[in-house]
Design a protein around this ligand. Sequence first.
Ligand code: HEM
Length: 249
Amino acid sequence: MDGHTKTRPLPLTPGPTSRPTPEPDYESAVSWQSALAFFLAATLGAALALWLLPHILPIFFSDIAAQKAYWHLARASGVIAYLLLWLSAALGLLITNRMARVWPGGPTAFDLHQFTSLLSLAFTGFHALILLGDDYISYSLAQILIPFAAAGYRPIATGLGQVAFYLAIMVTFSFYVKKRIGRRAWRIIHYASFLLFILIILHGLTAGTDASSLRYLYLVSFGSILFLTLYRILITHATKTTSLERRDS
Ligand code: HEM
């Protein structure tokens, strides 16, 4: 990770010959190798936790409390993954609707957008894998990996999270093949983020133990993403109209 970001200079207001909706184009601060290594390290961390915890927990806690530790870890990592995803989605929208130019600046917002989406993936990997230690849910690895196959505990609710997880991997890593697949295809893939966000809220509400205490968090986060999305649509429309008016005058 070199932390450097290059930007292509963009006109703040479109000139008579510019395209209607020029979008900021930033270069990745994280190479695909680093992103993959990061993801594998998180998976390894979860595997290590699953191996070590049965030896460590009984030293400090009763059997029942030790067993519940996996459940607490799964819930905590799920909520952290969600918060990071929310932040990442909000930053992505701040970049495209140009609000990021006011604060924290386009390149910084882009780096944060990328880091938060990778971190969210890492926490989700941990969230899913740590469930292997939970005797109450008793999922197998295949049931964790295959959407809607987790028959033992809320398969549909869990399935929504699983589909969202695969969508998140696709959206995050599509950035690394952007040049190969083209900007248009990449943007279509990126639109899956909206679906992904809705699926995760539904997953949290239907699978989560803390759904009722977290409902305001889901409401506020959904509201903020909706607001930023509507603002982005409006600003795109306004830029197009200005551009057409200038061309016709
Ligand atoms: C392979 C993918 C996934 C699996 C197998 C899975 C499984 C689960 C399960 C079983 C629960 C219920 C835990 C409980 O409260 O007892 C849960 C809750 C939750 N999950 Fe997931 N999940 C997955 C993906 C995701 C993703 C991608 C996110 C967010 C980025 C996420 C965020 C959450 C949240 C916020 C909760 C609610 C926690 C609570 O209410 O305490 N999950 N998940």
